[in-house]
Design a protein around this ligand. Sequence first.
Ligand code: MG
Length: 382
Amino acid sequence: MFSLNDLPPLTLAKVSAIVYRAPIEVPVQTSFGLMHDRPALVVILEDYEGICAWGEIWCNFPTVGAEHRARILDTVVAPILLSKTWASPQQAFTELTQALHILGLQSGEPGPIAQVIAGVDIALWDLIGKKLQQPLWQLFNGTPTIQVYASGINPSDPEKIAQQKWAEGYRAFKLKIGFGAKRDLANLAQLRSLLGDDAPIMLDANQAWLPSEASERIQQFAVHKPFWIEEPIAADNPLSAWQELAKHSPIPLAAGENMRGLPEFSKAIDSNAFAVLQPDMGKWGGFSAGVPLAQTIVNRKKMFCPHWLGGGIGLIASMHLKASANTFGFVEVDANPNPLRELLAPQMPPMNQGKITLGSLPGLGITPDLATLKEFQVPHHL
Ligand SMILES: [Mg+2]
């Protein structure tokens, strides 16, 4: 854990969750399944001075994920959070992780528990930033201008989405693949000819292939010079399989959204199989583990590109995280329609030529538009 001096103690008066589900016309496609709506699970913390702070818990899968994790927050995590005064968010992160370790093993759900702790951690740091009247990127000694890319471009008419995103100011793009070699290759070729030789085009296979087939697929894509290929094989393949793949791959390998815990990331970094590491701060780690991990990644000369595909709170949090270790690399911005992105972070700074400059508002620098969000709220209590 990193340490910052003179953090104010945190005593919480209220811990609550809100589940949102926004309907969408076109499902979000990945090689392992569809998303028929866009969920978001928001953490709200309030201290005794009446300061409100915001966090977001990853909840995309399975389809009941948001409601399930909201109940974990209400029944398991909130009572611990409310039980004492915390010297720092890191102390809360460490103690929650330790206190719920056995429950995670017993329930077979270390992931959802880690996700709830991660979302709480984001909110605790928002609270610290607000108490200190400092934006988080500044508190973490970062620099505010970050690069972004348009992510999650579906395999149906990808050129239309890419064109639209170019017009919005994006200059790097990530295509979903894993929908058959012919379709994947045709989509990539089309994007390359549309966007020109210089635009970074990333590929995301979402764990689509066996190691035995991945190598051949990667060779086929190489002619179009993708910037990276993400999760070509299942994330839980032994590192030796990733190393073997990397040895023969002309395209840099990327992964991290399905890694959890410092030991797993450390081993992945040490393996040298991954040129790009993509921790998801709403799935594990929040800022308390995410800031030092980001620093380790860049110190080890890997590219740090935080993963995020949810609502606006986690998105702006990922930007502050990237800003804390701001060497070359990109923050993922979902290209698919999702009203929860804008409504949860209405103060999101504008983009220009693929870059966003974070502002001077304290903490995360956003206040969700709760009134407009009301129509998307769904109950999660019994
Ligand atoms: Mg991915």
